[in-house]
Design a protein around this ligand. Structure first.
Ligand SMILES: NC(=O)C1=CN([C@@H]2O[C@H](COP(=O)(O)OP(=O)(O)OC[C@H]3O[C@@H](n4cnc5c(N)ncnc54)[C@H](O)[C@@H]3O)[C@@H](O)[C@H]2O)C=CC1
Ligand SMILES: O=C(O)CCC(=O)C(=O)O
Length: 524
C-alpha cells in the first residue's frame, strides 16, 4: 500500500483521482496528529501551512515524494528533500488566474480605499470625503517578476488603461512586446511606477528586494502590493516610509510570519490586508489539488512527473523513449562501481547512435545513481545523484560520439580512479534487452542481470572446465557463460551468470587456480 499523508486542507474533489487506486491509502491529518506513524508514509501532500523541514523529513524515513498543491515551495526544504532522493512536485499554474485576480482586486481596493470605506459604512458612518481615491486609468504599474501571475496581472492592467513597466531579469524582449509591456531596470521601475506589485518567488535574491535602499528610490506617493510572498517587501523597512507618507498605501496578502499576529503594519489605516487568499477560490483549489493528485498517481504508476522542482521535466513521450536507456545506464553504473571498488574521482559518459539524440541528462543521472548506490547507505536516485556525487568529490560529464561499434546505440562509461581507469560499454537492443558489449578493454556480450561472476585470466586451454568444476562442486549452477579475450594467449575474461551468488570461500578457491588473476562478484 502506498500511504499518502494530506496534512493541509486540500480540495476533496481534487483528490478524487487518488481515491480511484486500490493501492493508495490516504490519511488526512496534521503532522502533529500522526507523529508515531510518520515513518510509514510514502507521500506527503501540503499547501503552505505545513512546514516541510529537514527535521520532519528526518522522521519520514519512507517518504518518496512531497506534493505542494500550489506554486510557492518556500515552505519545503528542497535541498534536504533532494539530499534524501525525495521528489518534490508542485502545481505551477492551477492558481495563476486566482492569484492575478486577487492582486488586481487588492490594487483597486487600495487606491479606492474600499476596505476602510466598508468598515466606515458598517459602523453606521457616511463619510464620502474621507475616501477620495485615485483612478487606475493612465497610471504606471511596475511589475517585479513577470512570470505566470505577473503577466496575467499586466494583461488586466492594460485592459484598465494602465502602462506596464516590468523588471524581470529573465524576461525576453519578444515576450514583453507580445504582452504590450516594456522592460526596465529595477531602478527605472522603482523611479517611474505609481503602483508596484511584486510577483517573484521568495529566494535568497528576492528576500528584502524592496528594503530601505530600494524603497527610497520609489516615487513619493507610491502604492505597493505583495500578493507573492512575505519578505519580498521588507516589513520593518516599510514602517518609516508609511509614517512619512512617502508610501501612500500598501496591500498585503502575505506576511513574513503567517499569521502575522499583532504586527505594527496592521496599525496603519492605509495598509490593507487579506489572510493569504490569493489562491483561495473554488476553481484554484480544485485545479491545484487535481494537478498534484494526477502527478502523484503518475509517480505511483512509475510514469514521469512533469512538474518536479528537483528533477528535469520529462514528457510521457520523451520518457518512453529514454526508459530503456535509463535502465541500461543504471546497470552500467552499478557494475562499474562494484568492479572499481576503490575511490574514484571522475565518471565520463559517452553517448553514441540513437541514444545521443535523446534527453541524456536523465540517463546520466540514472547511471550516476547506479554508480553511487553501492557506496552510500542511503537511497540514491536521479533526484539526489548529482548532489551525492558532489559531496563525495566525484565529477562527471557527458560526451557525444559517432562511435557505435556497429550497434544502433551505445553508452560508454569510463571511471577514473587514482591509479586505474575502467571502461564499460552497453547497448539496448529493442525486444531483446540490455547487453554489455565491452568490459575493461575486452569485447564481450552479456546481459547485465542477476548474480554475475567476473574472472580475468590468461587465455589457456582448460580454464572453463576448471571454473565449472569448482562451481559445480559447490552446488552453484551456471545459467550463462560468456568469454572474451584481447588476443590469443593474452588477457581473457569470463562473465558467468549464476543462479545464486557465490560466497567468499568459493571466490578464494577460484582465485587459487593457476592463470586466474582476478575474481569478482558483481550484482546487477
Ligand atoms: N498569494 C497567493 O496565494 C499566491 C502566491 N503565489 C506566489 O506568487 C509568486 C509568483 O508565482 P508565479 O507567477 O506562478 O511564478 P513564476 O515562476 O511563473 O514567475 C516568477 C517570475 O519571477 C522572476 N524572478 C525570479 N527572480 C527574480 C528577481 N530577482 N527579480 C525579478 N524577477 C525575478 C522569474 O523570472 C519569473 O518570471 C510566487 O512567489 C508564488 O509563491 C502564487 C500563487 C498564489
Ligand atoms: O495554498 C494556498 O492557498 C497558497 C497558495 C500559494 O501561496 C502558492 O501557490 O504559492
Amino acid at each position: 500500500m502506498f500511504r499518502v499523508l494530506v496534512s493541509d486542507a486540500i480540495s476533496e474533489e481534487g483528490l478524487a483521482p487518488l481515491r480511484t487506486s486500490a493501492h493508495i491509502d490516504i490519511v488526512q491529518k496534521k503532522v502533529g496528529e500522526v507523529e508515531d506513524e510518520l515513518h510509514t508514509f510514502d507521500a506527503l501532500l501540503v499547501r503552505s501551512a505545513t512546514k516541510v523541514t529537514e527535521d520532519l523529513l528526518e522522521k519520514m524515513t519512507n517518504l518518496k515524494i512531497v506534493g505542494r498543491a500550489g506554486v510557492g515551495v518556500d515552505n519545503i526544504d528542497i535541498d534536504a528533500a533532494t539530499k534524501r532522493g525525495i521528489v518534490v512536485i508542485n502545481a505551477p499554474n492551477g492558481n495563476t488566474i486566482s492569484a492575478a485576480e486577487h492582486t488586481f482586486a487588492m490594487m483597486a481596493a487600495l487606491v479606492r480605499h474600499i476596505p476602510q470605506a466598508h468598515i466606515s459604512v458598517k459602523s453606521r458612518e457616511w463619510n464620502r470625503s474621507a475616501f477620495v481615491g485615485k483612478e487606475l486609468f493612465g497610471k504606471k504599474l511596475g511589475v517585479i517578476g513577470f512570470g505566470r501571475i505577473g503577466s496575467e496581472v499586466a494583461k488586466r492592467a492594460r485592459a484598465f488603461g494602465m502602462t506596464v513597466h516590468v523588471y524581470d531579469p529573465f524576461l525576453t524582449k519578444e515576450r514583453a512586446e507580445k504582452l504590450g509591456v516594456s522592460i526596465h531596470s529595477l531602478d527605472e521601475v522603482l523611479a517611474s511606477a505609481d503602483i508596484i506589485t511584486v510577483h517573484t518567488p521568495l529566494t535568497k535574491e528576492t528576500r528584502g528586494l524592496l528594503g530601505t535602499e530600494n524603497l527610497a528610490k520609489t516615487k513619493k506617493g507610491v502604492y505597493l502590493i505583495n500578493c507573492a510572498r512575505g519578505g519580498i517587501i521588507d516589513e520593518q523597512a516599510l514602517i518609516p516610509f508609511l509614517e512619512s507618507g512617502h508610501v501612500a498605501g500598501v496591500a498585503l496578502d502575505v506576511f513574513e510570519q503567517e499569521p502575522p499576529g499583532d504586527h505594527p503594519l496592521l496599525a496603519f489605516s492605509n495598509v490593507i490586508a487579506t489572510p493569504h487568499l490569493g489562491a483561495s477560490t473554488v476553481e484554484a483549489q480544485l485545479n491545484v489539488a487535481t494537478q498534484v493528485a494526477e502527478e502523484l498517481l503518475h509517480f505511483v504508476e512509475g510514469q514521469p512527473v512533469t512538474s518536479s522542482i528537483n528533477l528535469p521535466a520529462l514528457s510521457k513521450d520523451v520518457y518512453e523513449k529514454i526508459q530503456s536507456f535509463y535502465h541500461l545506464g543504471r546497470k552500467l553504473g552499478l557494475i562499474a562501481s562494484q568492479f572499481m571498488n576503490i575511490p574514484v574521482q571522475e565518471l565520463s559518459v559517452t553517448y553514441a547512435g540513437t541514444v545521443a539524440d535523446l534527453e541524456t541528462t536523465y540517463i546520466t543521472r540514472s547511471l550516476l545513481a547506479g554508480f553511487l548506490q553501492p557506496r552510500v547507505a542511503s537511497t540514491v536516485n536521479e533526484v539526489n545523484a548529482a548532489m551525492v556525487a558532489k559531496e563525495r568529490g566525484i565529477t562527471y560529464g557527458e560526451k557525444f560520439s559517432d562511435e557505435t561499434h556497429g550497434y544502433a546505440n551505445c553508452i560508454s562509461l569510463t571511471v577514473h580512479g587514482e591509479n586505474k581507469t575502467f571502461t564499460i560499454k552497453g547497448t539496448h537492443v529493442p525486444n531483446y534487452g540490455d547487453r554489455i558489449v565491452h568490459f575493461d578493454g575486452v569485447a564481450i556480450d552479456f546481459a547485465p542481470e542477476g548474480h554475475l561472476l567476473y574472472i580475468q585470466h590468461q587465455d589457456r586451454p582448460g580454464m572453463i572446465g576448471k571454473v565449472g568444476n569448482i562451481l559445480g562442486a559447490h552446488d552453484v549452477n551456471i545459467a550463462t557463460m560468456q568469454v572474451g579475450r584481447q588476443e590469443a594467449g593474452g588477457k581473457a575474461m569470463m562473465i558467468l551468470s549464476l543462479d545464486k551468488p557465490v560466497d567468499d570461500a568459493v571466490l578464494k578457491t577460484l582465485a587459487q587456480i593457476d592463470d586466474i588473476e582476478t575474481v569478482k562478484r558483481l550484482e546487477a
